[in-house]
Structure formats: C-alpha cells, structure tokens
Ligand binder design. Structure first.
Ligand code: SF4
Length: 443
C-alpha cells in the first residue's frame, strides 16, 4: 500500500439537489484532492462535506436528518472528524443560526466554494468553528480544479445565478444574480472533456437562454451552442434549463442546425393560468407559451418537449388548475415533472395568504399525473418499430440483465446487450413502450 495515501486525510461529500450541486461537488472534490485529501466511504471519512439544496422544505429536512446522524456519530466514535456545510442552505441566515447551535465546524456558501481549503486550515488551526459565507456573488473564478466521475457524460456550468425572481423560488437569493462564464473558458473545458473521452455534455444554467448578459464579447446562448457543436469528440450536447420567455428563434435554428445538439427542449410551463403565471412572476402568458410550442415544433419537428408543472400555487382555483390540465392536453408533453406547491420560506409566495389545502393539492397532482402519464404512454407507443440512435449509459437500474441507454430526445431505452457497448452510440429498434421508458433491440 502507498503509505502517503494511507496517511492522507479522507473526505466524503453528501450532495443534495440539482445538477448544479452535482457539478459543485465535483469542484469541491477537486479542491480537496489538491489539498491532499483522498475520497473515502462515509464511515472512514475525517471530513464530511454537506453540499445542500434549499429548493424544497423536504430537501432541507433530509439534510437536517443526516446532519443529526453524522453529529451523533462524531460524538460517540469520531471526536476528531470535521463537518463542513455548504450549498444553497448555507446562504440562508436562519439555517446558519441553527448550524451554529448544532456544532458544525465549517460553513461556506455558494459564492465562496473556492475558499473551502483555506477555511479547513483555519478550523484545524483555531479548533473553533469557521463560518464564512459571501452574501454577494463575486466574479467567476477560473479555472478551479475539478474531479469528475470517470465516464462519458459530463455537466458543464455555463453561468451562475438567476435574475428572474419567480415568486416561489429561493434560487436568486442563494445563488445570486446571473453571471456568465466566458465562452472561451467553456470551450476550453469542452475540449478537455473530449480529450478525456467524454462524449455527451450537458450545459447547465438556471436560465441558459439568457447566457451572455454582461459579457464583453456579444455571445448569446445560440452562438455558444454552435461553438460547442464544433468541438470534435463531443457527440451529444444537451442543455438545461430554458425559460419560456427567453427562447428565441435564433436559438431554435441553432438547435436544428447543430448536428450534435440533441432535439430536446425542457421549457417549464408551471401553470396554465395567466393569473397564476402572473402571481408566479413568470413573465409570459399561456398564449405566449402555446406560440413558443408551435415555433419549436415548426423549426425542430423531431424535438421532444418536456416541462415542469406546479399545482396548488397560493390562490389557485379549481378553474385555474383546470387551465393547466387543458394546456397538458393541448400541448401533449413528451414528459413532465409535476409538483405540489410547497411554501419555501424567504420567498414572496410563502407570504401569500390564500394557501391551498394539502388534500386539494394532492387531488390535483394525482389527476394531473394520471393525464400526463396517459399522454406520455400514447406518445411512446407511437414510437414502437422505429429505429433510434442511443448512447448506452450502463446497466439498467431496474433490470440488471439489461443495458440502459438514451435517445437524442432524452428517452430511456432498455435492451439486452454486451457490457462493452457501454459508452457507445448504437442503433436500436424500439420494441415496446412504457410510460417512463422504452424497450428495444440492437440492430
Ligand atoms: S427562473 Fe425562476 S424558477 Fe428558475 S431559478 Fe430563476 S427564479 Fe428560480
């Protein structure tokens, strides 16, 4: 055994929430490894890092539950273990108060992830808790080390923060205002990923459509996509999330033109009612959204369209909820993530008085899901017999005898095949459709 490695301090990261956090955890891992730490299982770790999400209350409760478990273990077995806490929850003052009482060693925020190694040193030397959270976003620091999981699919941040202030969302408060990475930095990262064998990249931002705001050179998201499309070795380009108010025709033509850009557009509708959209501060109407869907289908006929939908937003009447159902019926989304509204303290919607009863929200969600699942099943059935190019992602999570793959339109296809196909692009014939996945055979 390498003695140096044996003696090296060990870390374990617990990641909660969205792809942004997954990507931030890769940066945290890179920073820690550069400081001499090595990755380990949770039991052996000398340092446990929580990278947290505050989008929903349930996510916060999960974090507090796990934190309690870790701190209890530290008391009983590992008094020398350090606990660091970062991510969106750390940006919230009431959370930091709670962490102080519970004995967390290091707290850092979304804007100063790069400071983690220095904060660790301070905590070790002073043997006192170190809480350092930047309230305001700074300039983007490039390049930061990063430790990606080996594979063929990678997330790439193109921007940070959000300017939209949807009334139910905490993100602008925890991630700050929009800042775009320089296009050349992004393309440099893509070239490195291609050289390392990655074949699919997902460009990440809270609102990728507004990429480029504040950059010296006038480069928008459509330009960036086409630049990414020219990176040799990257076979598939995905992106999320698009805001319906900012999808330009230039962007849709770029998706249609770029051979490597996948024909999948995720555009969160959230509600089918204009009054509720207004209360949500979404910045578009149902008419605008329907017109957007027509433009997507006209310019990219092959495109799969997916969405996010919320039921039970404060004040949502039965009629307004039925307007959401009506949009689902009219548009026929290929897939939709559906949610019951849950109040997020610190947001404007949480202060609205006319909160909808939980039983009513449950009823609406169940009905909405039933309708959406039926539509998704019908669309999937129409694909039976068709031949599609898929990227083979690994062994299926639901059937270890099968491989799991994804079409350009983001549909999962499970099929029987040799493991050496993992990471490859192959053609499969769709043989059977289900609501959330397809079955196929290699041709
Ligand atoms: S666009 Fe709205 S929902 Fe999305 S991150 Fe920004 S504020 Fe939140």
């Amino acid at each position: 055994m390498n003695n140096e490695l044996y003696d090296a301090p060990k870390y374990h990261i617990l990641t909660y929430g969205c792809q942004m956090n997954v990507r931030d955890s890769e940066t945290i891992a890179g920073l820690l490894e550069n400081s001499g730490y090595v990755s380990s299982g949770i039991e052996e770790a000398d340092l446990i890092v929580f990278n947290t999400c505050s989008v929903r209350h349930s996510a916060e409760n999960k974090v507090y539950g796990k934190l309690g478990e870790i701190l209890a273990r530290r008391r009983k077995k590992r008094p020398d273990m350090l606990v660091a806490f970062g991510g969106c929850m750390a940006q919230l003052p009431d959370v930091r108060q709670r962490l102080k009482k519970r004995g967390v060693d290091i707290v850092f925020g979304t804007h100063n992830v790069h400071e983690l190694p220095a904060l660790l040193d301070m905590a070790k030397q002073s043997r006192k808790p170190v809480f350092q959270v930047w309230e305001q976003e700074g300039t983007i620091i490039e390049p930061l080390p990063s430790l990606r999981k080996p594979g063929f699919s990678a997330f790439v941040n193109i921007m940070h923060g959000c300017n939209n202030f949807c009334s139910y969302c905490i993100v602008p408060y925890t991630r700050g205002r929009e800042r775009s990475r320089k296009p050349l930095e992004i393309i440099r990262e893509l070239n490195e990923l291609a050289a390392a064998g990655y074949r699919e990249i997902t460009l990440l931002g809270q609102n990728v459509n507004s990429y480029g705001l504040g950059l010296e050179n006038k480069v928008d998201f459509a330009d960036l996509l086409l630049m990414a499309n020219n990176v040799d070795g990257i076979e598939r380009i995905r992106f999320m999330t698009s805001h319906p108010k900012d999808v330009s025709n230039k962007l849709l033509y770029a998706i249609a033109e770029g051979q490597r850009i996948c024909e999948h557009v995720h555009v969160p509708l959230q509600s089918g009612s204009n009054r509720i959209l207004n209360k949500m501060n979404r910045g578009y109407s149902r008419e605008h959204y329907l017109e957007l869907i027509s433009r997507i289908r006209e310019i990219i006929p092959e495109a799969a369209i997916s969405s996010d939908l919320i039921v039970g937003f404060p004040g949502e009447t039965e009629e307004e909820y039925l307007e959401t159902l009506d949009m689902v019926e009219k548009i026929r989304f290929d897939a939709a993530f559906t949610f019951m509204y849950s109040a997020r303290s610190g947001t404007r919607a949480a202060l609205m008085e006319d909160q909808v009863e939980i039983d009513e929200k449950r009823k609406r969600l169940a009905q909405l899901n039933k309708q959406q699942y039926q539509i998704a099943t019908e669309i999937n059935r129409s694909l039976e017999g068709r031949i599609d190019e898929v990227l083979v992602e690994g062994v299926s999570k639901t059937d270890s005898q099968k491989l799991s793959s994804r079409t350009r339109t983001n549909r999962i296809v499970n099929f029987s095949g040799q493991k050496d196909l993992i990471g490859k692009l192959i053609n499969v014939r769709i043989t059977e459709a289900r609501t959330f996945s397809l079955f196929g055979e290699v041709i």
